[in-house]
Design a protein around this ligand. Structure first.
Ligand code: C2E
Ligand code: MG
Ligand code: MG
Ligand code: MG
Length: 285
């Protein structure tokens, strides 16, 4: 895999270092305009079935192709968007692109699920479920092809309202996923209350799996609990084959991480998938 070819930038634009408060406000205005001008792009990271090796889904991760600063990463602009009330339009744009891409893959016979991250303010937006329903209908995408990732903490500011929005999204037939599972608190309470279909084990557990027996115990019992509740488990941040083998032994369902591929533009994801499928089927026959 060639990072240069994918046009990814290694350097980060550091908002705090470069921006005094007026610099930050200028960036907010650029973001507001940039969202409308179509400067947001999605990169897609594959999610691989642990047993078959098949690519079953992708997580769509937003980047901002800034006209002069290069490709900005989520950490460079999402915190600003959240604070300055831009998460609504940003998420609408991400959802529109993600659903359109999923529908295109669907039409070409590749039934890939697409996962989209939602933020705290998105879950306070009671109009969101209806807009998601509209997008699915407009692109003729089965709701089961869309996964919506929320973290435990996004539910905290107004739990009643957030839970109602999550319930409405699940009622559409989309899958609700708990992202970064294990880093928040009251995890078990939320699993019990929410119409959740998927759980994503946080990268910190995956990273420590081989070296820390306690992390191993937490992962093993979390997977068992999730399965007892009927949830699919996706491990994040899988970087080496030994960790993948361990996760397979623990009955984890899917893995995502640099071991397979970094987040890639859609066409590169398709190229990666072609190669990966050839290796996968070649190794089995
Ligand atoms: P996340 O949802 O937990 O996404 C996974 C992050 O881990 C991604 O960072 C991904 O590039 C990175 N990652 C994947 N595999 C590995 C690995 O093997 N090792 C390591 N060290 N990292 C790996 P990214 O793309 O910078 O996104 C960071 C966070 O920004 C995401 O964390 C998510 O919380 C947020 N985010 C990204 N796109 C969106 C979006 O469209 N909307 C919202 N609301 N949040 C987003
Ligand atoms: Mg995520
Ligand atoms: Mg995550
Ligand atoms: Mg994480």
């Amino acid at each position: 895999y060639d990072a240069k070819r994918s046009g990814r930038r290694v350097e980060h634009y550091d908002v705090d270092r470069h921006g005094d408060s007026s610099g930050r406000l200028a960036l907010v205005e650029e973001l507001r305009a940039g969202v409308q001008r179509g400067e947001l792009v999605l990169h897609h990271q594959p999610q691989v079935d642990v047993v078959t090796g098949r690519t079953v889904g992708v997580e769509a991760l937003v980047r901002w192709a800034h006209p002069t600063r290069g490709l900005l990463q989520p950490a460079d602009f999402l915190p600003l968007a959240e604070v300055h009330g831009l998460m609504g339009p940003l998420t609408d744009e991400v959802l529109t692109q993600a659903v359109a891409q999923a529908a295109a893959w669907h039409r070409s016979g590749q039934g890939l699920r697409v996962s989209v991250n939602l933020s705290a303010s998105n879950l306070l937006d009671t109009g969101l479920p209806q807009r998601v329903a509209g997008l699915l209908a407009a692109h003729d995408l089965p709701p089961s092809a869309l996964v919506l990732e929320v973290t435990e903490t996004v539910l905290l500011s107004d739990p009643d309202r957030s839970l109602a929005v999550v319930a409405a999204l699940a009622a559409l037939g989309t899958t609700v996923s708990i992202d970064d599972f294990g880093t928040g608190y009251a995890s078990l309470t939320y699993l019990h209350q929410l119409p959740v279909g998927e759980l994503k084990l946080d990268r910190s557990f995956t990273a420590d799996l081989l070296t820390d027996g306690r992390a191993g115990a937490i992962v093993a019992s979390t997977i068992r609990l999730a399965h007892q509740l009927g949830l699919r488990v996706v491990a994040e941040g899988v970087e080496d084959p030994a960790t993948l083998l361990h996760l397979r032994a623990l009955d984890c369902d899917e893995t995502q991480g640099y071991l397979h591929a970094p987040p890639l533009p859609a066409t590169e994801l398709e190229e990666w998938r072609t190669v990966h499928e050839r290796q996968r089927t070649g190794a089995r026959h």
